[in-house]
Design a protein around this ligand. Structure first.
Ligand SMILES: *[C@@H]1O[C@H](CO)[C@@H](O)[C@H](O)[C@H]1NC(C)=O
Length: 133
């Protein structure tokens, strides 16, 4: 192989997965209440995450979001005061179109959920937190 071919191959090895993967987001959910709360994602692909249970202030749960076109549909995070069943109304919701390769933090309260710090994430048309980027 010529040096050019080697570089081309390296370029492909680095870039093809990122094109195929599309987005790769690590979301951290942090409870900011001593109340017992439950949280559940509805992902861009319409599937739901497991129900995450929090009973301690500061408790954190990491959720990995990947997909090809993460911003075709919004990513929604609902928070509940009781263990949710099919017809439980969320006590708070955060919803936005997000994509990219990075990190986002959600702060959970018993009556609301807010996007906090984020890095490497493009966020549009929704709750995108106070900071830009
Ligand atoms: C939907 O997206 C979530 C988050 O990236 C992933 O965990 C899940 O496996 C996906 N489900 C399908 C059916 O693609």
């Amino acid at each position: 192989m010529t040096i050019f071919q080697k570089f081309s191959l390296l370029f492909l090895l680095i870039w093809v997965p990122s094109i195929i993967i599309g987005c790769d987001i690590t979301a951290s959910l942090t409870s900011q209440t001593f109340h017992e709360i439950y949280a559940q994602f509805t992902f861009h692909n319409n599937t739901k995450s497991p129900i995450y249970h929090f009973d301690t202030d500061g408790q954190t749960q990491l959720v990995h979001i990947t997909g090809m076109f993460c911003n075709m549909k919004p990513t929604k995070l609902d928070v509940y005061r009781t263990s949710p069943t099919a017809d439980t109304k969320p006590s708070g919701t955060s919803q936005a179109f997000i994509e990219g390769f990075g990190y986002v933090n959600y702060m959970l309260l018993s009556d609301g959920v807010f996007m906090g710090m984020k890095a490497g994430i493009a966020c549009a048309a929704g709750d995108c937190g106070a900071s830009k980027g």
